[in-house]
Each structure stands twice: as structure tokens, then as C-alpha cells.
Design a protein around this ligand. Structure first.
Ligand code: SF4
Length: 341
């Protein structure tokens, strides 16, 4: 049984320009001990998806208007988070599902010492006595690589570097031993060497604790390092999904092929250039008809302007591989030939 199964999730926003269908029928699942990467450009709906999972979408203007988010709240028992009460969600957040954000200051209070913030989480969720909570918080800071945690725990967030703040946020997320960790662009604000350290830390904790992880990023390179499976989002929907090796070796959606071609590679020869995806992501308030990728797609045929493609499975030995595209002979080789001609 999946730890979390999302089926047909729809989160819409009411705006002056009309209804923005930021997430419009997204389905995926994540198992215990698995890292699911969700990748897409900004505006693809990936962050709205992650906020929807924790019911953190401000209402109004946003609302979950359809779908289910089935979470295994105890062995063999599923509860639909889309319909859970706010009181229940307060228990689920932090306790069973934790989230880390791009900017640690979203989670950390700049006015409070780290100790106060971590101890408060344990007092609230685990009903621990203050001295026991402080001991556990120091242990957790040590586990995420904070040097001299018994001293640094009394720092304010501004006394820590960006990487250390991110480590504190990871410690805070893991304090209550959640089953699922959602990491939304956890390294985007950090420099490259610190990024690698934080990704290693998340991977290390994920393996040690057997966590399910949903890793949200615009960076397919991060997905390649971290994820077991990947869901590629475009214009509020998952357009391709499968095991990470399959998606990298044999992508079948033109958008995924475009994302892959735009990753810098160290083994690329001098003078070889990156191939950006042409055009811009569409406005979510005014999506083009049919497949919303058609204005940017080198494979588009007449049908692409008329109807949204159904999901279909690509047969293969590497695991379940799903794609939403009308054209069935899209392959990287085909794309390279089309580009060269
Ligand atoms: Fe391109 Fe058509 Fe496939 Fe959309 S459905 S990705 S426009 S080929």
C-alpha cells in the first residue's frame, strides 16, 4: 500500500483574470522509503501541489476543488487529507508529514533562539518535558551535522550560515519522526557546495529513517542524484512519470526531453551548447486549448491544438512508465533528428 496516493487533485484560485487552474487533475503516489521527485518549471503547479498536500493553500483565493489525497495514517488504514478537518491537519502537519522550504526563514522565527523553536515542537506534538525535549533537540542537531550542537542550540537563526539554517530546518522537520517529508526546492537558495551537502543530508536521513520523500525541484540534475521515481509537471498536470532511470534513458514526452537537453553536463565537449526549451510556460489563467505545451512543441500535430492527451503506458522492463502525449513515436533520437534538420 502506498504511503500517499494522490488521485485527480485539483487546486484552483479565483483571480480578477478568472479561475487559475494551478493544479488540474494531478495523480501520483509515494511509497515508504522512496524518493519521488516532482520536476517542472516555475508555474507548473509543483509547489501548489505540495502546499495542497498539507492543506496550506490560502482559502480564499485558493481551494482544493477535486480529487483525493489518501494517506496511510496507520498500518492498512487510509485517510483522505482533502477532507480531513483542520484540527486533524494540525496533528498531521509536523507529526506525520513534515515540510522543508527553500527559505529556512519561512519556518524559523528570527526572534526566537533555535532551542525555543525546537523544544516547542516536541512539547506541542510529543508532550515532552522541557529538559527531555532539549536533550532530544540537541541529538537531532548533531544528527544533521551541526557542530557543537549543545552551544549552537542557543543561537538565534541570524547567527547561523544559510547552510546551517537549512540543517536546523531539516532537524525541526524530522523531530517528530514523520512518515513523509516534503522538500520544496530545499537547496535553491544555497551555493553549490552547500547544496550538495544538504542533498546528501536529506538522502542520509531518508535512508536511516525509511522516510517517504517528495522532492520538488526545477532541477532535473537534483532529481537524477536523489529520486527513485519522477513525475514531470507542466501546466498543472503530470505529463510523464516513471522510474528515474527510465525517464532519463528513454523520455517520451517532448517537455521531458527539453528539460533533459537543458541540463549542463560536465562531460559535454567544449563548445557544445545547452538547448533551452523554446518559448515561455503559458499563463495559467489563459491556457492554450488542447495540449498546453503545443505552442512550444516541435512534435505538435493538428490534434494537439484540439484535445488534451489521455494518459498511456509505455511498455518496457524498467517499471511503470506513463506519458500524456498524442504522438507515440516521440523519442530523444527523434528529437535530435528533428533539431538537426
Ligand atoms: Fe507536443 Fe502534442 Fe505531445 Fe503535447 S500532445 S507534447 S503538443 S506532441
Amino acid at each position: 500500500m502506498a504511503l500517499l496516493e494522490v488521485r485527480g487533485l485539483k487546486t484552483h484560485f479565483s483571480t480578477e483574470d478568472g479561475t487559475v487552474r494551478a493544479v488540474d487533475g494531478v495523480s501520483f503516489h509515494v511509497d515508504r522509503g522512496e524518493v519521488l521527485g516532482i520536476v517542472g518549471e516555475s508555474g507548473s503547479g509543483k509547489s501548489v501541489t505540495s502546499l495542497s498536500l498539507l492543506r496550506l493553500i490560502p482559502d480564499p483565493p485558493g481551494k482544493i476543488v477535486g480529487g483525493e489525497m489518501l494517506f496511510e495514517s496507520s498500518p492498512g488504514k487510509k485517510e483522505d487529507l482533502a477532507r480531513a478537518t483542520e484540527a486533524r491537519m494540525q496533528k498531521v502537519r509536523g507529526d506525520r508529514i513534515a515540510m522543508i522550504f527553500q527559505d529556512p526563514m519561512t519556518s524559523l522565527n528570527p526572534y526566537l533562539r533555535v532551542s525555543e523553536q525546537l523544544v516547542e515542537v516536541l512539547e506541542l506534538h510529543k508532550k515532552m518535558a522541557r529538559s527531555e525535549a532539549r536533550k532530544k533537540a540537541i541529538e537531532m542537531l548533531r544528527a544533521v551535522g551541526i557542530p557543537a550542537p549543545e552551544l549552537r542550540i542557543d543561537d538565534h537563526p541570524h547567527q547561523l550560515s544559510g547552510g546551517m539554517r537549512q540543517r536546523v530546518m531539516i532537524a525541526m522537520a524530522l523531530l517528530c519522526e514523520p512518515d513523509l517529508l516534503i522538500a520544496d526546492e530545499p537547496t535553491t537558495a544555497l551555493d553549490v557546495t552547500v547544496q550538495a551537502q544538504i542533498l546528501e543530508l536529506i538522502q542520509d536521513r531518508q535512508k536511516a529513517l525509511g522516510l517517504g520523500v517528495i522532492l520538488i525541484t526545477h532541477d532535473l540534475g537534483v532529481i537524477a542524484k536523489m529520486a527513485d521515481r519522477v513525475a514531470v509537471m507542466y501546466a498543472g498536470r503530470v505529463v510523464e512519470e516513471g522510474p528515474v532511470d527510465v525517464i532519463f534513458d528513454d523520455p517520451r514526452h517532448p517537455y521531458t526531453i527539453g528539460l533533459k537537453s537543458s541540463i549542463p553536463r560536465l562531460d559535454a565537449g567544449r563548445g557544445s551548447s545547452l538547448v533551452p526549451i523554446p518559448g515561455m510556460p503559458p499563463s495559467m489563467a489563459r491556457l492554450p486549448p488542447g495540449c498546453p505545451f503545443h505552442p512550444r512543441c516541435g512534435f505538435a500535430v493538428a490534434r494537439c491544438k484540439e484535445s488534451y492527451p489521455e494518459e498511456r503506458e509505455i511498455p518496457g522492463p524498467g517499471g511503470r512508465h506513463l506519458v500524456r502525449c498524442h504522438v507515440d513515436d516521440v523519442t530523444p533520437a527523434h528529437a535530435a533528428r528533428a533539431e538537426a534538420s
